[in-house]
Write a protein that binds this ligand. Sequence first.
Ligand code: ATP
Length: 410
Amino acid sequence: MSDSTKQVTDTGTDTERTSPQEGADVSEDTNVVIDGMTKIFREDDGSEVVAVDDITIEVREGEFLVLVGPSGCGKTTTLRSVAGLETPTDGRIVIEDQDVTGFNPRERNISMVFQNYALYPHKTVRGNMAFPLEVRNYPQSEIDERVEEAADLLSIPELLDRKPNALSGGQQQRVALGRAIVREPAVFLMDEPLSNLDAKLRVQMRTELNDLHKRVGKTTIYVTHDQAEAMTLGDRVAVMNNGKLQQIAPPQYVYDNPANRFVAGFIGEPPMNFFDVEVRQEGGDYIAECETFEVKLSEKLASDLESFDGDMDDLTLGIRPEDIQDASVAEDLVGDRNTLEAYVRLVEPMGSDKFLTLTPPDEPDNLSREFSARVSPDSSIEEDEIVTLVANIEKMHLFDNRTGENVSPI
Ligand code: ATP
């Protein structure tokens, strides 16, 4: 199945947006525009890699925008192009209403924070944070003031006289952030800044970054392959795949209204379950039928299908694991044709819920047809039994197998 290549830029908010045209002014509250950018790398053997394929993203003043997608989807190349570390093959980069496409990084009003903090080992924390200002010949009094302000903001004033090798990973990351903050740039660019930290510290630093962003209020473009990080940090997330922008919207909107099957499978953990279905009409109802169960579709999906001009026999039904429950616990949810039977391969109690790994009841060993559910901890479902589950039909999605696109308008 091919993933959708359509760029979807529904914001899920009522904020007015403009589409930048070649040479046109951008909207007033827009801070950075990646305008129709393509980046092609040419290898020595003459072959080409299209790292970024005609992407347009408008980043608003003060916004925290997360570029997220699997490894190799082009997010770092996009960020490096905004920074001036790569030259776009086509399209342009606009920062604060100025076309900076041909500018070198030092001529752009940006600060970048990388995955490896790249601190100078022989300099103290103070020296590291002061460095970007020293090379720009700021007066010493202003350097001292800004470094101390940033150190306070990051709660590291007591570390100012230490060298990086006497700091924990989290502290080093704070210093790297401090070094970016002191310049007071128009835009922060961050490339997986938390990925060298252990899981617990990552979550803590995520909260700190959120908090820092609220206080500093600067436009930030943040790259990660971690969808959970994208969901928690972004005002909006831009989901990329194969160099193409798949969808850009607030995180909850993307979760609730994925533009295509790729986005549906990428955002959400555990990922959405997909079932090949044929949809038929029965009276006024629409019934989705897969090999082992059938469900009645919601009124909303039925109405969306009215205007669908594709093949009703060639669809994929998407149900998130959290939208499949133990029918004996979630009795309220049980309605007209919304239950299914499954064989339980694995039960993983997580405390807040139980993860079930399931297969069709008549093919318990067919791992290619595995799917999952995230049921209430009150469920007493056990492994190796056949159980009845109930699906929340209001939360289901249908995707067109030809294009991968969501049948519902996004
Ligand atoms: P990751 O999360 O692994 O860093 P990414 O989404 O940031 O991945 P990019 O680093 O932007 O992806 O790479 C996009 C594509 O461009 C990949 O196929 C990569 O191999 C290719 N690419 C990146 N830099 C170069 C380069 N300098 N020369 C050739 N190909 C490159």
